[in-house]
Design a protein around this ligand. Sequence first.
Ligand code: NAD
Length: 541
Amino acid sequence: MTNSIFTIPKPYNEPVKSYAPGSSERSALSAELGRQMATRVEIPVIVNGEEIKTGDVRNVVCPHDHGHVLGKVHMAGEKEIKSAVDAALSAKAAWEAMEWQERAAVFLKAADLISRKYSATLNAATMLGQSKNAFQAEIDATCELVDFWRFNVSYMEEIYANQPSSEKGVYNRLEYRPLEGFVFALTPFNFTCIAGNLPTTPAMMGNTIVWKPSTTAVLSNYYVMRILKEAGLPSGVINFIPGSGSQVADILFTHKDFAGMHFTGSTAVFQNLWKKAAENIETYVSYPRIVGETGGKDYIFAHASADVEELVTGIIRGAFEFQGQKCSACSRLYVPASLWPAVQEKLKEKIAEIKVGPVTDFTNFVNAVIDEKSFDSIDGYISRAQASSDADVIIGGQRNKSKGYFVYPTVIQAKTPDYESMAQEIFGPVLTVYVYEDKDLDATLDILDNTSPYALTGSVFARDRGAVNALTARLTHTAGNFYINDKPTGAVVGQQPFGGARKSGTNDKAGSYLNLIRWASPRAIKETFVPPQKFGYPFMG
Ligand code: NAD
């Protein structure tokens, strides 16, 4: 019983560790990398807190050394998927009844467990399992996940405090009930923090969850589950079921208590899932909340007044960090002809300095792409550009999958602005540039707006303030996260709420109250202190 109004600790962004030579975090991380490389983890299905080994296993390997097995994952079958739903529904009443400050404490503790105890564990698992370098793992698995948990509980507090006014004689209240039923969290491979965020945001708001992690991120995701358990998350609140996404979806979407889906992944998969849910709409107790953040074809648009040095740094970091496998990665570039010779020369010079290789060698800026399917798809785009009369591969183009799935930073120059690699999401370290005549600025902005179906992130580089203003206004609907003289990646929780529109998703802004509010179904309560005793009104006199 509480009879006080508690205050959530003020959230702050987790400081980013540098991993510079000689630093204590570097030696702790190196030791942990060694430990995890020498270990084989057995990853179970977890239903109602119970670890289940189904025996239907897949190897978990390093993308940069696919012969190296890090462990094996047990895949959920129909029985485990159905019991995960039952477990989520059984855990619901007690979790929903738990006071919100107590729920908050679980996630605040989990954040501190990562910050103070498990940063090296989670970063190493993300490096080895998803092929991120030390810095990319740090900003993802440690900083952004900790930020999600610290800021989200604070947004939860703000939401609950938001109450209606009451006239004299009346007491109005708004109760933020969780959804009726269970929430399905379906997560992508590319960010450990997204995998951790999607099941926990609805859970924070009192919902219980069936979580299907990505098979290619399952090692780090399993550690997230263990950390949540250590933080005191009750059994059954989040049920962890590695397995086939379509099998899980087929079973969950025919259950009457399916209450919502929190998805991040590709546009095609999202659209397919939405259709499947819609086909069963009569089955459900409530209209499900569908939240999905999906693909992107993110751009940098350079104005003739841009600073070349700043522009090229933004391009390289935006396009090639984590091998271009960020939904926000810059994959199309528009440069005016007046600037192109200088930009091209600098790009060639800087890209030649980039080292590609395994994550265990900290001098590598680019590591491997996630798996063979992804490698082959990227390989197809490069091969077609090499053969096309509409495009030239002007930088890079090398790729090799014999030991790891390595694709070198590649720049394609498109001769037509709608060439396939200017329009489609590639999800690899491949940037396509279109050089426009300076006099065709306005027409090129129209082209940018209409070339791709996505609207996730975009940047403009310009020193001329008038140009900055004009570009910002003209490009209003082309990106949910828009940057001025900065790369289009690297949104920080609490600073730049993240999400895009058009075919990039429902734009429910991860890392903001806008997302949390989707997981509540408010009940308005009006109490009249002295109710009237006659039905008639004065006008009837
Ligand atoms: P994906 O769509 O292949 O997979 C996402 C999840 O869905 C995985 O768990 C996967 O197993 C599952 N899945 C795959 N096919 C399925 C099917 N037919 N039915 C049900 N489930 C299925 O995406 P990915 O390769 O893991 O991630 C990359 C994609 O995610 C890119 O398109 C990227 O732009 C997008 N992404 C978007 C954001 C954002 O905030 N907008 C953030 C990260 C990633």
